[in-house]
Design a protein around this ligand. Structure first.
Ligand code: ACM
Length: 532
């Protein structure tokens, strides 16, 4: 979507900083003095903003003699190998991963790090990342990437130099849930496209990938006991294309790749509505015993599993059992949104029967926030996707559930639905929740968003990307970038660090990184991007 100029990286960087300053001046003329972009790789330029940054001292320079030192554990070595894979193509250095020597050191130690926090110390003798667990080291590695020039992300040798600014970063996340959702049902995205998105999310310290695996237009995950779900129910998509589905091996590969990037996959089977693909595949799942045709449009709310039929619960049990067996993570999402063709009392009865099945197979229920209109199971999470204009009654229903122990994941549609158009000129996406520009998606506080919700009930944020209008990785990237970085910051950074004027300058510095990674982002006019 965006143009990729291929000037030499060094020249591009110099031109980029000049034009960045110029652009910042133009965009803020008449307002306060333009925020000046810090030098590439400064400690205070990282997205999401770290909890604490103390710049100082001389930088560390990565050279052909630099090694990556890890301790003996396999998981730490894996983080070291991952870092080496990021750095080797662009630096051209060997960067051996060993248990001695040094330069860059990854170490596990006792400390105030929590499950995902880390400390990064950089000085002339080396860079050390310390954490209490491999996930913290992995997040520290993402910070280190951003301290290096954007060209480090290129997949061919670049001139360098590879300087890491001196100083100390001490960092840990505000929220344990920092998610992104991909709708692979409306249009199917194959394993490689999903892996590419996972790699991009990892750069911003996301830790959950929610896959919307079934909907009216397609069933995307193999279920051995109900094979027509995929062979027939997965055979099309919005617009009538060929669709597709994940075999169990495909799905395990996605889960494995996500785990290597410290993301947990959260699978969703949406029910009792959004089920036309299943109803089309098996006539017996329909109350009238007649299978409807496959559906390739974009309407919602017209399908429902048959709440009164016993076979419905055999079906649900089989699907949840097989999906739980593929899921090392703790959660299983059962949808529950837009069940407009299911009478309310049936919806409540259905959820009363289905939630215990999730528990029986060892998983914790997540539902869209309509689940709070039924009886959310103990420990269940509700994913709020309302708008500013959602009725006070509906908001209070969610808040009451939160006060009663239901944890909340916040995905307000008019803030962080990444499929909403940025503005009227956006060529992709929808606008039923309004336009969502970059500032709007960033400039709100998850901790104070819903009235009457105790702050402790908010587990974090998640950015859904629905795919009615999206078919390719380029489409995903154009809608996700830059907004997904703001969601990462809402999930990770302390509330006190929230500041749009400072954020948009840090965000601008990500542009060259995305260009180096081949990410075609939306060059939103609110952000003082360097010339691209
Ligand atoms: C939803 O957007 N129907 C969760």
């Amino acid at each position: 979507m965006t143009r990729h100029h291929r000037t030499t990286p060094r020249l591009a960087r110099i031109l980029g900083s000049l034009l960045l300053v110029a652009a910042a001046g133009v965009l803020t003329s008449g307002a306060a003095p333009a925020p000046r972009p810090a030098a590439a790789g400064a400690l205070d330029q990282v997205v999401p903003a770290p909890a604490s940054v103390r710049p100082g001292g001389s930088p560390y320079r990565i050279t052909e003699r630099t090694g990556i030192r890890v301790d003996g554990s396999r998981e730490v070595r894996r983080v070291g190998e991952y870092l080496a894979e990021v750095l080797r193509p662009s630096t051209g250095y060997r960067l051996p991963v060993t248990t001695h020597g040094g330069g860059i050191r990854l170490r596990i130690a006792e400390g105030p790090y929590g499950a995902e926090g880390y400390r990064l110390d950089s000085g002339p003798r080396g860079v050390t990342i310390t954490a209490g667990a491999p996930a913290g080291l992995f997040h520290g590695v993402q910070t280190l990437r951003q301290l290096l020039p954007a060209a480090v992300e290129r997949d061919s040798a670049q001139p360098g130099p590879w300087l890491v600014a001196g100083g100390t970063v001490e960092d840990s996340p505000r929220y344990a849930w920092r998610g992104a959702m991909l709708d692979v049902s409306r249009h199917f995205f194959g394993v490689d496209r999903v892996k590419r998105y996972i790699d991009q999310l990892a750069l911003y310290k996301f830790n959950k990938l929610h896959l919307h695996l079934s909907d009216d237009q397609g069933w995307r995950i193999a279920v051995d006991s109900w094979p027509r779900l995929t062979t027939y129910g997965g055979s099309t998509q919005v617009g009538g294309g060929p669709g597709g589905f994940y075999t169990k091996a495909d799905y395990r590969e996605i889960v494995r790749h996500a785990a290597s990037r410290h993301l947990e996959v959260v699978p969703e089977i949406d029910m009792p509505g959004h089920t036309n693909a299943a109803l089309a595949s098996y006539a017996e799942l329909n109350c009238d015993g007649v299978a409807p045709p496959l559906y390739t449009g974009t309407a919602v709310g017209f399908s429902s599993l048959c709440v009164d039929k016993e076979v419905t619960y055999d079906f649900v049990d089989d699907v949840i059992r097989e999906l739980a067996a593929l899921t090392p993570g703790r959660y299983l999402h059962i949808g529950g949104d837009e069940a407009h063709s299911t009478p309310h009392e049936d919806y409540v009865r259905f959820m009363d029967r289905v939630q215990p099945v999730v528990a029986e197979y060892g998983k914790t229920v997540i539902g869209w926030h309509q689940l709070t209109g039924a009886h959310p199971a103990k420990g269940a999470l509700a994913q709020y996707w309302g708008l500013d204009g959602t009725s006070p009654q509906e908001k209070e229903q969610v808040a009451a559930a939160a006060r009663n122990g239901t944890g909340l994941i916040l995905s307000p549609a008019d803030r962080i639905y990444l499929d909403m158009k940025y503005d009227a000129s956006t060529p992709l996406g929808l606008s039923w929740a309004g336009y969502v520009d970059v500032r709007r998606s960033y400039d709100w506080d998850p901790g104070a968003y819903l009235p009457g919700v105790p702050a402790s009930a908010v587990r974090g944020v998640e950015a859904p990307l629905w795919s009615e209008t999206l078919e390719t990785s380029a489409h995903i990237e154009y809608m996700a970038f830059p907004r997904v970085a703001g969601v990462a910051e809402l999930g990770w950074s302390p509330a006190a660090a929230h500041d749009w004027d400072a954020y948009r300058v840090r965000l601008a510095a990500q542009g060259p990184r995305w260009e180096a990674l081949g990410i075609g982002y939306h060059r939103a006019p609110q952000v003082p991007w360097p010339a691209g």
